[in-house]
Every structure is written in structure tokens, then in C-alpha cells.
Design a protein around this ligand. Structure first.
Ligand SMILES: Nc1ncnc2c1ncn2[C@@H]1O[C@H](COP(=O)(O)OP(=O)(O)OP(=O)(O)O)[C@@H](O)[C@H]1O
Length: 438
């Protein structure tokens, strides 16, 4: 449908003329003589652009612009000013108008201007839709799980999200620490500003310092220009420090200073800078033990552990596995255009018995692999990677189990099985004979 335009003007002739011109161009045009009527119409239906006179019986179009932008920020407004009143136009733009034109003078300008205003308005709508999609992706609703332990963690995170408190997320790798950090940010008052994440274990001490604090030109060889650090990138937003237990102790001191005062220096610079960040830290180490061993600063530890949320390992909440597995199947089947939608009971039983050292990340990877290997509609255990309990299993049994698995995967096609195993066809037949595999 063509975008709707509302003309607000009490001069009948001019309003009618403008309405006819716009209607001829294919726009849906509505008219109002007063601001009161305009407001009532706005409450009932959406308009892309308003074209509004300045002097109206019940108010002023320049002031109305501020009201409109406050209540309908996505609607654009073009103000019609009287000849010789440029000030009105300038003020209207300051109040958020898309532009202004002089009444009766600039008739040939109106159509191109209107088109640009509509383009802007539609882009804004698209941006908003995308933003909503992104925040839904990072919101608490994307964190799946019905177990008591995960529900408890979600409830705690939701409570702390709206505060300014530093949060410490603890848990094994792949338990969802980053997902939680993003959800906390997305639900906080800082959601419209940046969420900046960095993994402290991925950098040497020097590089991490530079990444966080930035540098002044000449601070070190290769520092040709001044460089902003992540602290500045995260200003007014959230900084997520993953694996904080890996941070060198002197950097911990600098970090603590930023948390306490908001102040820091770029490397090689003597100008003090200020930022306003909220910190969310994560670790899979026992920070208390690290502190006791002298590897983690006590003051920083106490500062971080004000609000700690522990994320449970997957093996402690196996009741969540079916939900998570089904979710990942949908994701990967859609991505790979596969018709697989079900999990066989045998597959699920195997899933629930696995160790999941890599937690949800491992489960996700595992399902991805199974979806790739499955042609039908149901996931079968044969598509699971073998997780043999190697201790106490002799080599021959492992070889037998592995050959059997690959045979199943290849629907007992011997040539393919031999190829996958990297052995000759005769060797495969010999081994099958030896292990009595058929
Ligand atoms: N509750 C959940 N529901 C759905 N997906 C999840 C959930 N928790 C984690 N995931 C998914 O699991 C993967 C690992 O999560 P994430 O990166 O947040 O873990 P992590 O604890 O930060 O890991 P690491 O310590 O290794 O950085 C991601 O792909 C994430 O989308």
C-alpha cells in the first residue's frame, strides 16, 4: 500500500490543491484543519509523513513538531512556513522536522522532498525491525531451559539486569556465559549503547592492555596513530570480559581503577580519560582459589563477586537436553534446507548419557553434525560421534565399534565404508570377518 500523508492546514484552497497534487502522484492523502483533529487521526492510523502549516487555529506547527517527534518518532514532518519567516523553518528543524518549505513558493520542491522524507521514514522502520530482531536474539527469551537451576540463573540475571551492578558469571566452557551477558545488556538501561566483548585469554598481557585502554601515537613501535581502546568503545554501554581469571595482576589493578573512578589513561598518554561502563565478567576458574593463591587481586575479587551467577553444566540439567536438541535441529535443518524434524528415542537416550564437557556448545555442534549426516526426517544414534569410555576398552573392541559405526553410517556400503576408514576393501572384508560384522 502507498504511504499515507496527512496535510494539516486551515486554508481550504491551498490544502485542497496540495492534496490533489499528491493524490495524482499516487499517495494516500488525508486532511485536517486543526492540530486536535490531526492528533486524533494519528492515534487511529499510521502516517508516513505530515505536511503541516505553522499558523493553525489551535496551535503552532513548529511546536507541534516537538510533540510529534516525542509521540510518533518514526513519522516525518515537513513544515509549511509563511514567506519571510525562515526562523520558523529553522526552529522546526531543530525540533525534529524533516525540512520546511515556503508556502506557495516551493510547489515544485514538494514531491522530491516528500519522497526523501518517505524513504527516511521507511528506512527507520526497517532499522527498528532489525533492532527488534537482534534484541530478541540476545534477550532472555533466547535462553532455553526448564530446569530449576537454569530458571534460577535466569531469574537472578533478570533482576540484576536493570541495575548498574557488576556481574560475575561463572561456569564451565559452553554453559552460556556470553549469552547471559548479552541478555543482561539487552534488558538494561544501556541497551541502546554498545555491548563490547573481549576474551582475556586470547591476548598476551601487552596486547590486552592495548585492546582495553588504547594508546597514544608512539606509545610503542608500530603505534603510528592514536588508538581508542575497548573501554572507550563501551562507554555508556556494557563491557564483557570473558575469562577474567586470565588477566595479568597489574592489569587487574588498572581495571579496578576504571570500575571505581571511571578514569584511565591510554598507553603512553598522560591525559586522564573518563568512561562510564558497566562490567560483566565471566570465568570458568574458581576465582576465590585464584585469589587465595595470589593470582587474583582481592579487591577486584570482592568488587566482582557482589553479584555472582553460576551457570550449571549441561550434565547437571539433562532434563533440558530434549528442548535444546529440538531447538538446534530446527535451526540447522532450516539453515541446511533439510527435512529432519524428529529425534529418535534411541538418539535422545544416547544424548542424555553423554558427558558434555563442552556443554551447550558441544551439544549444538553435535546436533549440527547429525543434521548434516541425516537424510531422513529423524535423527538416529548412528549420526552421533562415538564417545567411548576409553579406559578399560581394548584396542580391538574400539576398532570393532568404530567399523560398525561407519558401516551403519554408510548404510553398509562397503566401498564407501572402506574409503571413510582409509583402508582397502579387502582389509575391510577381513576385519568384518574377524569381528563378525555383517
Ligand atoms: N540456554 C541456552 N539456550 C540456547 N542456546 C544456548 C544456551 N546457552 C548457550 N547457548 C549456546 O551455546 C553456545 C555457547 O554459549 P556461550 O558462548 O555463551 O558459552 P560460554 O559459557 O561463554 O563459553 P566460553 O566459556 O567457552 O566462552 C552458543 O552458541 C550459545 O548460543
Amino acid at each position: 500500500m502507498n504511504p499515507a500523508i496527512l496535510i494539516i492546514d486551515d486554508e481550504v484552497k491551498l490544502r485542497g490543491l496540495l492534496a490533489r497534487i499528491l493524490a495524482l502522484e499516487g499517495y494516500v492523502v488525508k486532511e485536517a484543519t486543526t492540530l486536535k483533529t490531526a492528533k486524533e487521526m494519528l492515534a487511529k492510523e499510521p502516517f508516513a509523513v505530515l505536511i503541516c502549516d505553522v499558523k493553525l487555529p489551535d496551535g503552532n506547527g513548529v511546536e507541534f513538531t516537538s510533540w510529534l517527534k516525542k509521540h510518533f518518532p518514526a513519522t516525518e514532518i515537513i513544515v509549511l512556513t509563511a514567506f519571510g519567516t525562515i526562523q520558523d523553518g529553522i526552529q522546526a528543524m531543530k525540533n525534529g522536522a524533516f525540512d520546511y518549505i515556503t508556502k506557495g513558493e516551493d510547489n515544485n520542491k514538494i514531491i522530491p522532498l516528500l519522497q526523501r522524507a518517505i524513504e527516511k521514514q521507511q528506512l527507520q522502520i526497517k532499522v527498528k525491525e532489525l533492532q527488534d530482531k537482534i534484541s530478541a536474539r540476545y534477550s532472555f527469551s533466547s535462553i532455553l531451559g526448564n530446569s530449576q537451576r537454569i530458571k534460577f540463573a535466569i531469574a537472578a540475571a533478570q533482576r540484576v539486569a536493570i541495575t548498574e551492578t557488576t556481574v560475575l558469571l561463572t561456569g564451565e566452557t559452553g554453559t552460556g556465559k556470553e549469552v547471559f551477558a548479552q541478555a543482561i545488556h539487552a534488558e538494561s538501561n544501556r541497551k541502546d549503547n554498545s555491548f563490547v566483548a573481549i576474551n582475556c585469554s586470547a591476548f598476551s598481557r601487552e596486547l590486552l592492555e592495548n585492546e582495553l585502554f588504547g594508546h597514544k601515537a608512539g606509545a610503542f613501535t608500530g603505534a603510528l596513530k592514536d588508538g581508542k581502546g575497548l573501554l572507550e568503545e563501551a562507554d555508556k554501554g556494557t563491557l564483557f570480559l570473558d575469562e577474567i581469571g586470565e588477566m595479568a595482576i597489574d592489569l587487574q589493578a588498572k581495571l579496578l581503577r576504571v570500575l571505581e573512578t571511571g578514569e584511565f589513561y591510554r598507553l603512553g598518554d598522560n591525559q586522564v580519560r573518563k568512561v562510564n561502563i558497566r562490567l560483566i565478567a565471566a570465568t570458568n576458574r574458581d576465582l576465590q582459589k585464584e585469589m587465595e593463591a595470589g593470582r587474583f587481586r582481592e579487591d577486584l575479587y570482592y568488587r566482582l563477586s557482589v553479584f555472582q551467577i553460576e551457570l550449571p553444566p549441561l550434565r547437571d540439567r539433562t532434563e533440558d537436553i530434549p528442548l535444546l536438541a529440538n531447538h538446534f535441529i530446527q535451526v540447522f535443518a532450516a539453515r541446511m534446507n533439510k527435512k529432519v524434524t524428529f529425534i529418535s528415542d534411541a538418539y535422545l537416550t544416547r544424548l542424555c548419557k553423554m558427558n558434555w564437557k563442552g556443554n551447550i556448545r558441544e551439544l549444538k555442534n553435535c546436533i549440527e553434525r547429525s543434521v548434516i549426516l541425516t537424510d531422513g526426517t529423524e535423527l538416529e544414534p548412528s549420526s552421533l560421534p562415538s564417545q567411548p569410555d576409553a579406559v578399560g576398552v581394548d584396542l580391538a573392541s574400539m576398532e570393532k565399534a568404530h567399523i560398525q559405526k561407519v558401516l551403519e553410517q554408510c548404510n553398509h556400503n562397503k566401498t564407501e565404508t572402506a574409503k571413510l576408514l582409509g583402508i582397502g576393501l579387502t582389509t575391510l572384508y577381513r576385519k568384518m570377518e574377524e569381528y563378525q560384522l555383517h
